[in-house]
Design a protein around this ligand. Structure first.
Ligand code: GRF
Length: 189
């Protein structure tokens, strides 16, 4: 089953998906040049850059054109919000990974937000994507302790170690049809 990975940054989660050999990545789409593209190209996955212009609806349509008959969209550090056309085309088949225990600290700089709030535990969340930012039903979470002396960089590194384990597991379950959603509750089978 093929899926498209959407990226904007370093691509470490993309790399984790490639290394775990989860399903077939039909293409990697970015909203601008970024290191993640080279990681896809290095293993022969086709890439596309779709700059964000002309508004969310036309940007989303371009992504859906590239997605073709893919089964799912996997957002891996993708810094844009998809339009409702994407949610309608892929109901409960778009997932995102976020570096906090949602619903705490949605949006930008989630790791810095957690540090500023003084929490003792934060982590990573994988969730279905709906029309709101970092909001859809939660599929999986992994807690990461905040350690004395942590800064955003050291804490994000430890969160990403967990992300790289969590995301391939979730994508594998999604592709295998093992995730079901009722209201905001996601069940694994
Ligand atoms: C990850 O920490 C993810 O949670 C967040 O953006 C970061 C992307 O990192 N959405 P990478 O590009 O996968 O290395």
């Amino acid at each position: 089953m093929a899926y498209v990975v959407l990226v904007s940054g370093a691509g470490s989660n993309l790399e984790a998906l490639i290394e775990a050999d989860v399903g077939k990545i039909s293409s990697v789409v970015a909203d601008g040049e970024c290191p993640a593209l080279a990681k896809a190209e290095a293993v022969g996955i086709s890439t596309r850059v779709i700059p964000y212009r002309g508004g969310r609806a036309s940007f989303t349509r371009e992504i859906l054109d590239v997605a073709g008959d893919a089964e799912a969209l996997v957002l891996a550090g993708f810094m844009r919000i998809l339009g409702k056309e994407a949610i309608a085309r892929f109901p409960n088949r778009i997932v995102n990974i976020h570096p906090s225990l949602l619903p705490s600290f949605p949006g930008l700089d989630a790791v810095a937000q957690a540090l500023a709030a003084g929490v003792k535990v934060t982590g990573a969340t994988v969730h279905f994507v709906d029309e709101l930012l970092d909001h859809g039903p939660i599929i999986a979470q992994k807690a990461v302790p905040v350690l004395p002396g942590d800064n955003a960089c050291s804490l994000h590194k430890r969160i990403q170690i967990e992300e790289h384990v969590l995301y391939p597991r979730v994508v594998e379950a999604l592709l295998a049809g093992r995730l079901s959603v009722e209201g905001r509750t996601v069940s694994w089978s």
